[in-house]
Design a binder for this molecule. Structure first.
Ligand code: NAP
Length: 294
């Protein structure tokens, strides 16, 4: 039997449409236009493509994008000065600093310099702590997207055995916190986990955020389980070209799982959709308005 494909593109387009409708109402009724500042340091080609895609999506949602492109030689204090300026700018409701940053800049210092109420990436320690404490927070975009995709399959995640492979601050840990908040029973696996295939086979919901091409094999997956593949790995393809694969062996997973996210077209599109939603939420919170209905 072949698994259901979880269509991240369509689910993300629906979320973006609802966010754009809400932005339109905010502009019409209150004259507020949410704005996001996207800061790119250096000329990493993948980051440049990603930033361009983000800025286009921001404009399509009816929001303002303020792009700041800085040279690779930018110093830490220079970047912190820009962030202080953006923190004080009332037209800027969200600040996103594209990672990775050049070696001379400590990413943790930069994240800590962002006003937590404008931290639309949800990486600031205050937002991470609030999420872990079960308090309202700006939540990291990719993890939020993972949970929305899981909820497109399961009306409720309560009681499900969820296994998250990966414990990064950007993906694994916040995914685990969000799943716990949804009342799943969560196991976090990592590079030191014993017998990872057996741990994975216990999962009703398996989230792979490893960064290892096709590491999760079909026989690691419990029959009928839902699989969310966060991985983006470039591998050699036909004719000397490269192609993108996930952390899960997709063709094998299709034979054992109940539902699987494809790569590309699964988690990836949700990340930008959730960034737009976070920017809208941040703008409403900063203006003392109730959370938008999306
Ligand atoms: P990361 O910081 O490198 O973390 C990888 C995690 O995987 C670590 O916790 C590591 O364990 C664990 N791991 C590595 N090798 C393992 C192994 N052999 N067995 C079990 N666990 C292992 O990566 P990340 O930033 O979380 O990203 C993970 C993947 O998601 C990457 O492919 C990245 O490109 C992708 N990603 C996609 C999106 C999107 O929008 N779709 C967004 C962000 C990231 P230890 O902690 O023990 O080292």
């Amino acid at each position: 039997m072949s698994a259901r494909i979880i269509d991240g593109k369509t689910i993300a387009a629906d979320l973006r449409g609802k966010t754009a409708d809400s932005v339109h109402r905010l502009r019409r009724d209150r004259g507020i236009v949410p704005g996001i500042a996207v800061v790119l340091v250096g000329d990493n080609p993948a980051s440049e493509v990603y930033v361009r895609t983000k800025s286009k999506a921001v404009a399509e949602a009816g929001m303002r994008a303020f792009d700041h492109k800085l040279p690779a030689s930018t110093g830490e204090s220079e970047l912190i000065a820009l962030i202080s300026h953006l923190n004080a700018d009332e037209e800027v409701n969200g600040i996103l600093v594209q990672l990775p940053l050049p070696k001379q800049i400590d990413a943790q210092k930069i994240i800590a310099a962002i006003d937590p109420s404008k931290d639309v990436d949800g990486f600031h320690p205050l937002n991470a702590g609030r999420l872990a404490s079960g308090l309202p927070a700006l939540v990291p975009c990719t993890p939020m997207g993972c949970v929305l995709l899981a909820k497109s399959v399961h009306e409720s995640l309560a009681g499900l055995a969820a296994v998250v492979i990966g414990r990064s601050n950007i993906v694994g840990k916040p995914v685990a916190q969000l799943l716990l908040a949804e009342n799943a029973t969560v196991t976090v696996a990592h590079s030191k986990t014993n017998d990872l295939p057996a741990v994975c086979r216990s999962a009703d919901l398996l989230v792979a955020a490893i960064g290892r091409a096709e590491m999760v094999r079909g026989d690691w997956i419990k029959p009928g389980a839902t699989v969310i593949d966060v991985g983006i790995n470039r591998v050699p393809g036909e004719g000397g070209k490269s192609r993108i694969v996930g952390d899960v062996a997709y063709a094998e997973a299709m034979q054992s799982a109940g539902a699987v996210t494809p790569v590309p077209g699964g988690v990836g599109p949700m990340t930008i959709a959730c960034l737009l939603l976070n920017t809208l939420r941040a703008a409403c919170a900063q203006k003392g308005l109730p959370a938008p209905k999306v």
